[in-house]
Design a binder for this molecule. Structure first.
Ligand SMILES: *[C@@H]1O[C@H](CO)[C@@H](O)[C@H](O)[C@H]1NC(C)=O
Ligand SMILES: *[C@@H]1O[C@H](CO)[C@@H](O)[C@H](O)[C@H]1NC(C)=O
Ligand SMILES: *[C@@H]1O[C@H](CO)[C@@H](O)[C@H](O)[C@H]1NC(C)=O
Ligand SMILES: *[C@@H]1O[C@H](CO)[C@@H](O)[C@H](O)[C@H]1NC(C)=O
Ligand SMILES: *[C@@H]1O[C@H](CO)[C@@H](O)[C@H](O)[C@H]1NC(C)=O
Ligand SMILES: *[C@@H]1O[C@H](CO)[C@@H](O)[C@H](O)[C@H]1NC(C)=O
Ligand SMILES: *[C@@H]1O[C@H](CO)[C@@H](O)[C@H](O)[C@H]1NC(C)=O
Ligand SMILES: *[C@@H]1O[C@H](CO)[C@@H](O)[C@H](O)[C@H]1NC(C)=O
Ligand SMILES: *[C@@H]1O[C@H](CO)[C@@H](O)[C@H](O)[C@H]1NC(C)=O
Ligand SMILES: *[C@@H]1O[C@H](CO)[C@@H](O)[C@H](O)[C@H]1NC(C)=O
Ligand SMILES: *[C@@H]1O[C@H](CO)[C@@H](O)[C@H](O)[C@H]1NC(C)=O
Ligand SMILES: *[C@@H]1O[C@H](CO)[C@@H](O)[C@H](O)[C@H]1NC(C)=O
Length: 765
């Protein structure tokens, strides 16, 4: 589907920074919010002021609950909940999922429960209400199903001053948690320094504490959630659009969870360390005297600007680019690249010496920046060609930290690797209900009146261009996709169905038509390898010469890519890290829904259908009496935190041949091999890639569960070194010698304010 210019959504105004010139209002020092205000005013030199976590929490929980506004917000979210594809599966998941992954959750009952608690006065403040609503959605562990109320995300982000890592001493023993700066000190400082593992956190068994904390994350898989607690090189390389230094330290979903006033760590060596937790203050506190004034200033719809102004008539509105689109996001622990996209979204690397036959494609994203779409594809193309030309024999693909991005980039990367490969992943479907039916009818009717044509320059015919972009190329036009027999649908009812399952209704199964002339409108501008004029390609590596490694944080488009790589091409997958438990883990631990829709986009679609796809005012008025009338209200957009992604999971993925049609989200899939993190892997990413190569192609397998070796020929470890190999070797050794603890930032926090949150296959951190 198109997240088009016309519906350019989610472009929230950046929150103004505190102005040092503003007059400091008289404060009531006995109220926590007044104290925050007083402390913020002394920090004019810093971009983001901070206060003690407890003070922030006392302030936010002093905001009184406005009962009528809370009920209005609950009414406002309900229409968007209807778009969530897997409600009945969340409520009644397969036993395997409930046992190994996450328990059942009934979102409609949960919403009712919150409503009756509001009515009964059971929430003592606005934050407790907001956090209950946030948690209802977060507990689905469907990373596409998200709403962040203002009370949860607008005012404060929480943090701990110390990131952790979880590492195995020797790659075989179960991992233990460590303070990351200790590992850095050991790696780069004092050879004699021996970091001691953490045994207790706030008096509780450390492993139990961390597993519980991990559950605040957005992924479904518990081992992937566990990894996301910690500092990771791949997430850090994404800067503020990734989950940074881990949820424990306040990145990713950790930023919205109050960690308590302090964090006390007890170590194996018997010592303890106590850290004061803090909160980042995201808005000016000028004039705030108490919880009530905080409410008046920030919870009455003034903060989030009118996102739905997404003016459907303004086809030329450029998508705002993300604040973090700087060209200098550090990627500590990554060696010099052969080719790299400038935001580190994709990079190609070679390994040295005994590993000089190995090429590595690191892909921590499938693109969330418009300006990166074409460069992303080009890095893949150029690197694969260069690796072949340089005589590389094996390819490691690292998709750690990959929350997805643009769906068709996932298809394209697979088709770059397997140009002759089958061109569909799982089949898609969506909930079949009144709104999706109406949209389909109107989008399809309009589309039937124009040819399906692509042209790049809107000025050639602006009206037609806008129609093609917004309507004709949409999933709500039945001509856009194909059925499971690769045939076009004859009409909208054939695509819509509905088909009943578990007392809910779903559309027919459908697939992307990768030869579609309108592909660039759905792909951010790229064509797909293997289609159109991109057909003369040879497969660069055999499937058994490729292996994919993940940290479990592989979501959305990354899971589509993985379905293609595993099911179509038979490529093996390795999972890293995981809980301190024996056994195999899943490699793909993030949402496996195949398309998210921002609520802003849903609103724009419904309004646009009424105002622009009807033939007369009478018809519009009539359509405005259907369920589409429920999307005019702006409460949810006024009460969402700025810079948050509010989404539903729109499409389920249904694997070919699955007669039970279980959405992939609920299918448990162990990796082929599990490798534990070592200390070295937390400072030098090539240690991961070498362990992968050893495990996949001879050398010494590092798999602690599963295995890859069977059937593969022994890797010829040492090939004759070319001149280029020797140059690279020198460069790699120099790079490693130059590393120091100072290269590893300890303050990479998730911040999506100002980012363009429009991607169509992404789980935002
Ligand atoms: C100061 O704040 C406290 C606690 O919120 C409140 O009880 C008191 O009435 C306030 N005093 C003034 C002068 O506003
Ligand atoms: C509570 O919210 C309603 C809107 O639902 C608003 O009209 C009213 O002014 C708010 N009350 C306070 C005290 O802010
Ligand atoms: C070496 O270790 C000692 C004791 O832990 C510490 O005081 C010192 O700062 C360390 N030196 C460096 C260079 O890290
Ligand atoms: C014990 O281990 C912790 C964590 O690595 C370290 O900070 C501390 O200096 C160690 N204490 C002693 C006495 O070795
Ligand atoms: C949509 O409808 C509005 C009002 O009816 C009109 O002004 C606008 O031009 C239409 N936009 C498009 C893209 O057709
Ligand atoms: C369309 O968007 C552009 C860029 O944001 C803006 O400058 C222009 O004023 C908008 N036009 C209308 C009619 O809203
Ligand atoms: C633009 O496209 C529409 C729809 O095909 C057509 O009716 C119209 O004549 C075109 N306008 C121009 C200026 O070519
Ligand atoms: C499913 O669709 C059928 C046909 O439109 C309808 O009769 C039935 O009530 C729907 N079921 C649900 C649970 O919405
Ligand atoms: C796919 O799209 C192309 C171009 O828009 C079209 O010619 C073709 O009929 C579509 N369907 C199939 C099954 O390829
Ligand atoms: C493929 O077609 C597109 C659109 O016509 C064009 O921009 C691109 O240069 C072509 N690529 C090749 C390799 O011919
Ligand atoms: C396809 O590729 C082969 C080998 O690279 C080349 O010889 C041939 O000219 C290409 N054909 C076309 C139509 O581009
Ligand atoms: C549709 O109905 C809503 C609610 O009555 C109203 O606010 C809106 O302006 C109407 N829109 C149109 C285009 O009729």
């Amino acid at each position: 589907m198109v997240l088009s210019h016309v519906f350019a959504a989610a472009s929230l105004a950046a929150v103004a920074a505190a102005s040092p010139l503003q007059v400091f209002a008289r404060q009531n020092a006995s109220s926590p919010c007044a104290q925050v205000s007083a402390e913020v005013v002394t920090q004019t030199a810093v971009a983001t002021p901070t206060v003690a976590a407890k003070l922030a929490y006392d302030c936010i929980t002093s905001v009184p609950l406005n009962q009528s506004a809370a009920l209005k917000l609950l009414d406002g979210v309900a229409p968007y909940f209807r778009w969530q594809s897997n409600t009945v599966w969340l409520k009644d998941p397969p036993a395997d999922y409930a046992e190994k992954v996450q328990p059942a959750i009934d979102i409609w009952a949960g919403l009712e429960d919150i409503k009756s608690k509001v009515e009964d006065g059971e929430y003592s403040n606005e934050f407790d209400f907001g956090f209950a609503l946030y948690t209802l959605m977060q507990q689905t562990h469907d990373g596409h199903f998200v709403f962040i109320p203002d009370s949860v995300g607008s005012i404060f982000n929480y943090a701990r001053p110390v990131p952790l890592v979880s590492v195995s001493e020797d790659g075989k023993e179960l991992p233990k948690p460590f303070v990351y700066p200790d590992i850095l000190a050991e790696s780069f400082g004092n050879a004699s320094f021996a970091p001691s593992a953490i045994t207790k956190i706030n008096g509780e068994d450390a492993l139990e504490y961390l597993e519980k904390w991990a559950q605040f994350g957005s992924l479904q898989d518990r081992d992937a959630l566990y990894n996301n607690v910690f500092y990771e090189l791949a997430t850090v390389s994404l800067g503020p659009t990734g989950s940074g230094i881990g949820t424990f330290a306040g990145s990713g979903r950790g930023r919205w969870v109050y960690p308590g006033p302090e964090t006390e760590l007890e170590f194996e060596n018997g010592t303890t360390a106590t850290y004061t937790n803090y909160a980042k203050v995201l808005v000016p506190f000028t004039g705030i005297t108490d919880g009530e004034s905080l409410y008046q200033k920030y919870f009455t719809g003034m903060l989030a600007t009118q996102t739905t102004s997404a003016d459907p008539t303004n086809s030329t509105t450029p998508t705002p680019s993300a604040t973090p689109s700087t060209t200098s996001i550090p990627a500590p622990g990554y060696p010099p690249a052969i080719f790299k996209e400038s935001h580190n979204l994709i990079g190609g690397y070679y390994l040295e010496d005994d590993y000089s036959d190995i090429a590595v494609l690191s892909v921590p994203s499938f693109v969330s920046l418009e300006e990166a779409e074409i460069p992303f594809q080009q890095v893949g193309e150029k690197f694969l060609a260069a690796a072949k030309a340089a005589g590389k024999k094996k390819l490691v693909i690292d998709v750690s930290a990959n929350g997805g991005g643009t769906i068709l980039q996932g298809y394209d990367l697979y088709k770059q690797l397997f140009p002759q490969g089958i061109g569909h992943a799982a089949a898609d479907r969506f909930r079949a209900f009144e709104e999706t039916d109406l949209l389909g009818q109107y989008f399809s009717r309009t589309s039937e009146q124009v040819p399906r044509v692509y042209f790049e320059d809107p000025e050639q015919n602006e009206t037609l261009w806008a129609l093609e972009y917004d309507v004709v190329s949409s999933v709500f036009n039945y001509q856009t996709d194909v059925d499971v027999n690769e045939k076009n649908f004859p009409n909208w009812p054939a695509k819509f169905g509905p088909f009943e399952q578990k007392s809910d209704n779903f559309s027919n199964l459908f697939r992307w038509n990768l030869s579609d002339v309108l592909t660039p409108f759905n792909s951010g501008g790229i064509y797909i390898h293997g289609y159109g004029n991109l057909t003369n390609f040879t497969q660069p590596f055999a499937a058994e010469d490729i292996v994919v490694v993940t940290d479990g944080y592989c979501a959305s488009t990354c899971t589509i890519f993985s379905e293609l790589m595993r099911q179509r091409a038979g490529v093996k997958y390795i999972s890293l890290g995981g809980r301190a438990k024996e056994g195999i883990t899943q490699a793909v631990g993030g949402v496996k829904g195949t398309n998210n829709l921002p609520w802003t986009y849903i609103q724009a679609l419904t309004q646009f259908t009424i105002t622009n796809l009807t033939a007369s005012e009478e018809e519009a008025a009539k359509l405005n009496t259907t369920s589409l009338v429920e999307y005019w209200d702006n409460t949810v957009f006024q009460r969402m935190a700025p810079g948050s992604s509010i989404n539903v999971n729109f499409r389920d993925g249904i694997r070919d041949g699955d007669e039970d049609e279980v959405p992939l989200q609920f299918v448990y899939e162990p990796a082929d091999c599990r490798i534990l993190y070592t200390k070295e892997m937390t400072v030098d990413v090539t240690a991961i890639w070498k362990a992968v190569a050893d495990s996949a192609w001879g050398g010494q397998s590092k798999c602690v569960a599963g295995e890859l070796g069977g059937g593969y020929k022994q890797r010829k470890v040492r090939r004759e070194q070319t001149v280029q190999d020797k140059v690279l070797s020198k460069r790699m050794h120099q790079w490693r010698r130059d590393l120091s603890a100072a290269n590893y930032p300890l303050d990479v926090y998730t911040d999506l304010r100002g980012a363009n949150l429009d991607a169509n296959g992404i789980m935002w951190p």
